[in-house]
Design a binder for this molecule. Structure first.
Ligand code: ADP
Ligand code: MG
Length: 270
């Protein structure tokens, strides 16, 4: 585990440590007067599975959304495979990119939300094929064929023609995961993917995430499922009040946390 270089500004290029696939360095974010991220530094390597834990309001969703550039940040840097999503470096200046370029670059990062967020008027197959077609990555036939493959991969080969309202929450979330995979992202972000599900539907969604983890997909997962985090994560990060309080291998952070805040949180969720 790398020590959290809290509050350190991003270094000059020469002083910069080797970047991870996802490299978060000295990130600060405020809403008005309220600073919700206080200098977050985190490195995620290719194929790594990172579980992001912490109490409600600790900044987990804000951090995920910042990785995706769905939120801007006030200070620090976030890069995916060395590239900013919303900016381009010109000399020593960062130039904001136009919306179209941002959308293009954002496809490097797939995101799965708590409430599935499927398009209600599109079938499961259409939901998955929509972005590749809209972004002209594939023709309709090719995108649909790939969508069928992805549906099979999440165990829903026979549900392609169903609309979201005809699917259970667990099935909708599995379609959402297939949709997030359709643009071959470098990393997938999950924001409490099972929190909105009835308990009997949690397992089928965790199984799909487990398969992705074992298959080598790079994942950052916000979850309160501690047992699941212990099982699939290579690295656990505990966030509290917008700061990384501790991070390390799951067997240490989850079984033998160094900080009282982490222990309190674990006592509360388990
Ligand atoms: P978590 O996902 O860990 O529950 P969030 O990232 O959602 O935490 O929120 C962190 C803090 O930022 C909370 O205090 C929340 O109220 C605040 N916050 C989140 N989004 C906004 C927003 N769009 N405007 C103002 N405050 C926000
Ligand atoms: Mg949240």
């Amino acid at each position: 585990a790398s020590p959290a270089a809290a509050d350190s500004a991003a270094g000059t290029p020469a002083a910069r440590p080797p970047a991870g696939l996802v490299q978060i360095t000295g990130v600060h974010k405020s809403y008005g007067e309220h600073e919700v991220l206080h200098g977050i530094t985190l490195t995620v390597q290719p194929g790594q599975v990172v579980a992001l834990l912490g109490p409600s309001g600790s900044g987990k969703s804000t951090l995920l959304r910042a990785i995706n550039h769905l939120e801007t940040i006030d200070r620090g840097e976030i890069t995916i495979d060395g590239e900013f999503i919303g900016y381009e470096q010109r000399g020593d200046r960062l130039i904001e990119l136009p919306e179209k370029r941002v959308l293009e670059r954002r496809t490097r990062v797939g995101m799965v939300f708590q409430n599935f967020n499927l398009f209600p008027h599109l079938t499961a197959l259409e939901n998955i094929a929509e972005a590749p077609i809209a972004l002209k990555r594939a023709g309709k036939a090719q995108a649909t064929a790939r969508a069928r493959e992805l549906l099979a991969r999440v165990g829903l080969a026979d549900r392609g023609g169903h609309y979201p309202r005809q699917l259970s929450g667990g099935q909708q979330q599995r379609v959402a995961i297939a949709r997030a995979l359709a643009l071959d992202p470098d990393v997938l972000l999950f924001d409490e993917p099972t929190s909105a599900l009835d308990p009997e539907l949690v397992g089928e969604v965790l199984q799909v995430i487990r398969d992705l983890a074992r298959g080598g997909t790079t994942l950052i997962i916000v979850t309160h499922e501690i047992g699941f985090a212990a099982e699939v994560a290579d690295h656990v990060v505990f966030l509290d009040g917008g700061r990384i309080v501790e991070q390390g291998p799951p067997e240490r952070v989850l079984r033998d946390p160094e900080h009282a805040r982490t222990q309190e949180f674990l006592d509360w969720v388990i």
